[in-house]
Design a protein around this ligand. Structure first.
Ligand code: NIG
Ligand code: FE
Length: 394
C-alpha cells in the first residue's frame, strides 16, 4: 500500500515553507501529491489513513558522506587514541585506513555486502532514506570494484536510495609506498576508467601526507572527463588548500572542513560548493569542531552527514549528528534538520529529495515526538516511529 493520507501531524517540516496548523500529506504511488492544510486537501477516498497522533513529520534523512563498506575492527585504535596517540601517529605505525584495507581486501563480496547491509538497516531504522557510499578501502582495482558493486547492490536490495563515490585516492597502499606517483597514475589511468560505470562521483583525501592539492587536481580532471563530479575530503587534520581547490574546480561538495577559514567559506559559497560537515569525526577524535555557524552565515550550503567509517566516526544514524551540529557547531535546530535532509540531497545532486513537496518521492520520517527539536534535545532516545521510503512504511 503506497497511497497514504497522513493526518494528525503536530509539526510538518517540508523544507519549502511550512504550512500552517492542521497539515496533511498525501502520497500516491510513492510520490507526494499534496502537502498542506487539511482544508485544501484532496479526498481521503481509497488511501490508507495514517494518523500520527500529534507527532512531527520530516523528510527522510539524506546521509551524503559515508565509508560504510568495510571489514575488520579498529576499536583498539579508539583505545590507543584515548591513551594519547594521535590519528596520524596510528596511521604512520601501520594502523588507520591501511589496516581496514588489509581486512577488506581479504573479505568476500558476500561478507562485505552482509556487513554493509547491517549498517544500512541501522541507518534506515534511524530515519535515513538516501545514503552516499564511498569506496576507498580496496586501493587496488579489483577490491575497489568489489566495494562499488556492494554499494550499488545495497541500493538494489534495500529500501534506500544509494549514490556511489570512487575514493581510490583515500590513501597510498603499502605496495606503492615507495612509488606514490605510480599510484596516482594507476588511479588516473586504470582505476578511474574501470570504475566509472559503478560510480556517481569521485573523491580524494586531500591531506598532509596523503594526497596533495596538485595530485587531487589531476585526479579530478580525469574524473571530469569521465563525467564524475568531485566531492573532496578537505582541511580535516590540517589546512592544506583543499577547500580552495574545491572552489576552483567547482566541486559538488567539500567535506570535513575542520580547519576551514573564513576566506575558504567565502570561496566555497561563491562557487556553490556544498559544505558537508561530519561532526561525528571530530567528536570521536576528541578534536575541535568547525563552525557550522560561520559557514552558514557566509552563505554556504551546509550539509550534515555521518561519515560512517571504522576509524573516525563509527556512527550510522543522523540523530547524534544533528545534535552535534546544534550543540557543537552552532546551527539552529531548523538549520541542522535542513542540513541533514535538503542539504544532503542538494549535495548529491538529488534536486527532488530532502523535501516534502508535490512531485517528490515520498521519503518521510514520522517522529515519536511533537517537534524536530526533540532530535538534538534527546540525542540518546529512539525518536523514530516510522520511516517511509517511496511511500512504503518500513
Ligand atoms: O572521513 N578522512 C579520511 N577518511 C575517513 C577515515 C578513514 C579511516 O580512518 O578509516 C574519514 O574520516
Ligand atoms: Fe570521510
Amino acid at each position: 500500500m503506497s497511497d497514504l493520507f497522513i493526518t494528525g501531524i503536530g509539526h510538518l517540516t517540508t523544507n519549502v515553507g511550512d504550512p500552517d496548523a492542521d497539515a496533511v500529506v498525501v502520497v500516491d504511488d510513492g510520490i507526494i501529491t499534496y502537502a498542506g492544510s487539511m482544508a485544501d486537501a484532496p479526498d481521503q477516498e481509497g488511501r490508507k489513513r495514517l494518523d500520527v497522533s500529534g507527532n512531527a513529520v520530516i523528510p527522510g534523512f539524506v546521509d551524503a558522506h559515508t565509508h560504510l563498506v568495510f571489514a575488520g575492527d579498529r576499536s583498539d585504535e579508539f583505545a590507543r587514541r584515548l591513551a594519547g596517540e594521535s590519528y596520524s601517529d596510528i596511521a604512520a605505525s601501520g594502523g588507520g585506513i591501511l589496516s581496514t584495507v588489509e581486512a577488506t581486501r581479504s573479505a568476500s563480496e558476500e561478507t562485505l555486502f552482509d556487513l554493509a547491509a547491517q549498517r544500512v538497516w541501522t541507518m534506515i531504522r534511524g530515519g535515513t532514506t538516501t545514503v552516499e557510499i564511498k569506496s576507498g578501502y580496496g586501493l587496488d582495482l579489483e577490491t575497489e570494484l568489489r566495494l562499488l558493486r556492494v554499494a550499488r547492490r545495497i541500493g538494489d536490495e534495500l529500501p534506500v536510495t544509494i549514490r556511489t563515490t570512487f575514493l581510490g585516492a583515500h590513501s597510498v597502499p603499502r605496495e606503492y609506498r615507495s612509488d606514490r606517483d605510480g599510484y596516482v597514475e594507476l588511479v588516473i589511468n586504470e582505476m578511474l576508467p574501470a570504475t566509472a560505470d559503478l560510480a556517481d562521483f569521485c573523491d580524494v583525501f586531500v591531506e598532509d601526507g596523503v594526497f596533495s592539492v596538485d595530485e587531487a587536481r589531476a585526479i579530478f580532471e580525469a574524473a571530469k572527463a569521465l563525467g564524475l563530479p568531485a566531492r573532496v575530503h578537505v582541511e580535516q587534520l590540517s589546512h592544506l588548500g583543499g577547500a580552495a581547490l574545491a572552489a576552483e574546480i567547482g566541486a559538488l561538495s567539500a567535506d570535513h572542513l575542520d580547519h576551514v577559514t573564513p576566506d575558504d567559506a567565502a570561496a566555497l559559497a561563491g562557487a556553490g560548493v556544498t559544505c558537508v560537515l561530519v561532526p561525528g569525526a571530530a567528536y570521536t577524535l576528541g578534536t575541535p569542531q568547525p563552525s557550522g555557524r560561520m559557514l552558514w552565515d557566509a552563505g554556504c550550503t551546509v550539509v550534515l552527514a555521518t561519515d560512517c567509517n571504522p576509524g573516525t566516526s563509527y556512527i550510522e544514524t543522523m540523530g547524534l549528528v544533528i545534535s552535534l551540529g546544534v550543540v557543537q557547531m552552532g546551527l539552529t535546530v531548523e538549520e541542522a534538520i535542513w542540513a541533514a535532509t535538503r542539504g544532503g540531497a542538494l549535495s548529491l545532486g538529488l534536486e527532488d529529495r530532502g523535501q516534502i513537496k508535490e512531485g517528490s518521492p515520498a521519503d518521510l520520517v514520522i517522529l515519536d515526538a511533537p517537534s524536530p527539536a526533540h532530535i538534538p534535545y534527546r540525542p540518546a532516545s529512539d525518536l523514530l516511529s516510522e520511516t517511509i521510503k517511496d511511500g512504503q512504511i518500513l
